[in-house]
Ligand binder design. Structure first.
Ligand SMILES: Cc1ncc(COP(=O)(O)O)c(C=O)c1O
Length: 356
């Protein structure tokens, strides 16, 4: 990988035509000092042993400063928050958003309130939020209840001067679209498929936006098909996609080992449906057993450590092959959204999965 491939800031630089072309692909002005930790520039590695394909890759987003793709959005979100002069930021989270928001808030010198669903956050992520000094508020239920609390207590009542940074915040999605920029930069063009684990559905929408922008600027000659993967018992988008209803089919009591995508009412659902529709992609549901097996196999055969939500992409890849959506020789990028160290309990479950 060439050095300094980070596109996380201000301008995307294209090396495709042998020259540096500066195009404003990110929405900030140069005179604003960024809150940054050099996020982005993550490795894109082949996983040919496990897939028997020379075209299968995983983008290791766990290599970001706090161990997940969320840092790409938080660098922009916290820069804006600091610039507009708020007291702090507030997020509901399944864990990674809280870790990232807390770290970047600490760097910006701002307060950070995180609202978490009690008992539904992986240990590593909670530990990070505590380390970075976040104020933690736990609510009963799942992520959807935590987000409701942020909206009612902080956004509608404007309690304290706290800037909300969940993924309905457009600045975050602007940062996250840089995943697409890097993939095109590294492969030389768009892959045939991109497989993304889907929770609140911001990331799949952001990545699709990134590809479309590159395509519109002539920086890639084709667009990938986007595949969104959800856990079977937390799959509102799969249900909505299949039924073709114009409204979201919510899941009231989502359940999965992949806590990062344990969401029943994704805020960005419509954007995600559009991304999959426009790209002629698919939504796929996988079981917890498939997720744990994928997590174990990525570790055992590729030396790649992903948290369960991220490993769901490999389970989705296998399903897509079986169903004839993807072919063996297609170029496919799995978005490995978070680091395995985030969720030590899931590692034990994945290892035990090999005994079943
Ligand atoms: C590791 C990981 N993967 C996937 C997701 C889902 O991303 P999104 O909510 O943007 O769909 C999250 C969100 O928290 C995550 O932490």
């Amino acid at each position: 990988m060439p050095p300094n491939t980070s596109f996380s800031w201000i301008e995307a630089r294209s090396r495709r035509f042998g020259v540096w072309r500066y195009i404003e692909l990110l929405p900030l002005r140069n005179n604003i000092e960024p809150v940054t930790m050099c996020e982005g520039g993550t490795p894109l590695v082949k996983i040919s042993r496990i897939t028997q394909s020379q075209g299968a890759y995983v983008k290791l987003e766990g290599s970001n400063p706090t161990g997940s793709f969320k840092d790409r959005g938080m660098t922009i979100g916290l820069t804006i928050a600091k610039y507009i002069g708020v007291e702090g930021v507030v997020v509901a989270s399944t864990g990674n958003t809280s870790a990232s928001a807390a770290a970047y808030a600490a760097r910006a010198g701002l307060k950070c309130v995180v609202v978490l669903p009690r008992g539904n956050v992986a240990k590593g992520k909670l530990a990070q939020a505590l380390l970075y000094g976040a104020e933690i508020l736990e609510v009963e239920g799942v992520f959807d209840n935590a987000l409701e609390r942020v909206l009612t207590d902080y956004v509608l009542k404007q309690k304290r001067n706290m800037y909300p940074l969940n993924s309905y915040n457009p600045w975050r999605l602007e940062g996250q679209k840089t995943i697409a920029f890097e993939i095109v930069d590294e492969l030389g063009e768009s892959p045939d498929f991109v497989i993304v684990p889907v929770g609140n559905a911001g990331n799949i929408s952001a990545i699709w936006k990134g590809f479309k922008e590159l395509y519109n600027y002539g920086l890639t000659s084709k667009l990938p098909r986007m595949i969104g993967v959800q856990a079977e018992k937390a799959s509102p988008l799969v249900a909505t996609w299949r039924s073709k209803t114009p409204y979201l089919i919510e899941v009231d009591d989502p359940s999965t080992v992949a806590t990062a995508i344990k969401i029943g009412k994704p805020v960005n659902w419509l954007k995600a449906i559009r991304a999959v529709e426009e790209s002629k992609g698919e939504f796929i549901a996988v079981s917890d057993n498939e997720i744990l097996r994928a997590m174990r196999d990525l570790g055992r055969y590729e030396g790649v450590g992903l948290e369960p939500a991220s490993a769901a992409t490999l389970a989705g890849y296998k399903r897509a092959l079986e169903e004839g959506i993807i072919r063996k020789d297609d170029v496919v990028v799995l978005i490995g959204t978070g680091n395995v160290l985030k969720d030590p309990d899931a590692v034990i479950a994945a290892i035990n999965e090999s005994k079943t």
